[in-house]
Write a protein that binds this ligand. Structure first.
Ligand code: TZP
Length: 239
């Protein structure tokens, strides 16, 4: 079901967005199901736990998997994400979006351009882009991204080849870029307050969530911090 709205594209054409701008703006916590941490057979359980904990968007990331494998996992995940109306985004391969009704595609700096990703998806999808500097963040907005990832903020084993950019540019990124910005990279419950204090309003978390003994509880705590809600009794081990 199409739940988005029609809005004028940057080139002046009408453009279909799979998620309304308002709904995308409301997203605070982006959970990434990364198949280097999670067995394919366990992906649905993990996504379900994320949803239970209040994750607003879910990404399927599989750097080592073939497109056919990603199509199979995305189809499984989409069944459950659709039930809770949690948008599902597939990393790197827009071809998956032409076969499975995922809501979006996420591309990196070395992947397809946003225009090519939209063309490959061949229907209305949200397209997000990874950025690693202020310059790349501004460029992604000019290129027509619907949201950006900004990081790695801290060093992370999930993306070991990237130099962390630290906290210093987060505020400026929010001044320069008028899109939802998901800070990413080494973010855990233990440093989330620091990231928020540096100006972040939204974060994407991979290993913090996937290595948690209780994924739903971890997500719930991260969401609480992002929404600045009153503490509740928590049994999470933050290590
Ligand atoms: N892009 C920038 S850092 C990163 C990606 C995909 C990995 C983040 O993983 P983690 O485990 O949350 O540090």
């Amino acid at each position: 079901m199409f739940t988005g709205k029609i809005r004028p594209g940057r080139a002046g054409r009408l453009q279909l967005s799979a998620i309304s701008t308002k709904a995308l703006n409301a997203c605070r916590l982006y959970g990434i199901v990364d198949l280097s941490y999670v067995e394919k057979s366990d992906a649905a359980r993990v996504a379900e736990a994320m949803i239970k904990g209040g994750v607003d968007l879910i990404q399927l990331r599989g750097k080592e998997q073939s497109i056919d494998e990603l199509v199979d996992v995305a189809a499984d995940l989409r069944e459950l994400t659709a039930r809770s109306r949690t948008p599902l985004i597939v990393n790197d391969h827009a071809e998956v979006a032409s076969k499975v009704p995922v809501e979006g595609v996420h591309v990196g700096q070395d992947d397809d351009s946003i225009e090519v990703a939209r063309r490959k998806a061949a229907r209305a999808v949200v397209v997000g882009k990874s950025t690693h500097s202020l310059e790349q963040a501004r460029a992604a907005q000019r290129e027509g991204a619907d949201y950006i990832g900004f990081g790695p903020i801290f060093a992370t084993p999930t993306k070991p080849d990237y130099q962390p950019i630290g906290l210093k540019d987060i505020k400026q990124a929010h001044l320069d870029v008028n899109l939802p910005i998901f800070c990413i990279g080494g973010i855990k419950i233990d440093n989330l307050k620091q990231v928020i204090a540096a100006g972040a309003r939204r974060v994407a978390i991979v290993s913090g969530l996937l290595k948690a003994s209780d994924i739903a509880a971890y997500a719930r705590e991260a969401k609480r911090l992002l929404l600045d809600l009153k503490p509740h009794i928590s049994t999470i081990n933050h290590s």
